[in-house]
Design a protein around this ligand. Structure first.
Ligand code: DUT
Ligand code: MG
Length: 153
């Protein structure tokens, strides 16, 4: 079962990207891969973090949606290439270029090739809330327990 896909406006900020537009790799892919807009290979030393351009601006517009930039599992697990902000959250009203904070959390240097697929963009539903200010809550089973309060097994 699938509902019609939302259409998002995408501004391509560098003509080289017309050959590399994001797409879903398979029919069931959750994310579209984002590529590194680089003029030359970029080497990240262990522990180094750099902001990398994507050359794309995607205007979501609908406040009921958000974008998420997530690491690619192969880069993250095999090479320690993850995101400096762990997860990128893209607001529906953001019209700027999508940027990827790339962090080499590994032990070895890693070189990113121009136009390499570096991260993935996932569109997710969002519910905005109103806060009702109260003095206390009706008790729940959990109460204020958290951070491992239910044990490990
Ligand atoms: O990985 C990311 C994360 C964010 N953004 C852009 C889109 C997002 O809508 C905007 C703001 O992100 P966020 O709210 O997470 O950052 P902030 O530090 O709170 O900045 P601001 O004060 O602009 O909201 O920056 C990216 O391009 N890539
Ligand atoms: Mg913010």
């Amino acid at each position: 079962m699938s509902s019609p896909r939302p259409r998002l406006q995408c501004n391509v900020l560098d003509e080289r990207l017309h050959d590399y537009l994001p797409s879903y790799a398979t029919a069931g892919s959750a994310g579209m891969d984002l590529r590194a807009l680089l003029d030359a290979p970029l080497t990240l030393a262990p522990g180094e973090c750099q902001l990398v351009r994507t050359g794309l601006a995607i205007y979501i517009e609908d406040p009921g949606l958000a974008g998420m930039i997530l690491p690619r599992s192969g880069l993250g697990h095999k090479h320690g290439i993850v995101l400096g902000n762990l997860v990128g959250l893209i607001d529906s009203d953001y019209q700027g270029e999508l940027m990827i904070s790339v962090w080499n959390r590994g032990q070895d240097s890693f070189t990113i090739a121009p136009f390499e697929r570096l991260a993935q963009y996932v569109l997710v539903p969002v519910v905005q809330a109103e806060l009702d200010i109260v003095d206390s809550f009706t008790d729940s089973t959990r109460g204020s327990g958290g951070f491992g309060s239910t044990g490990r097994q």
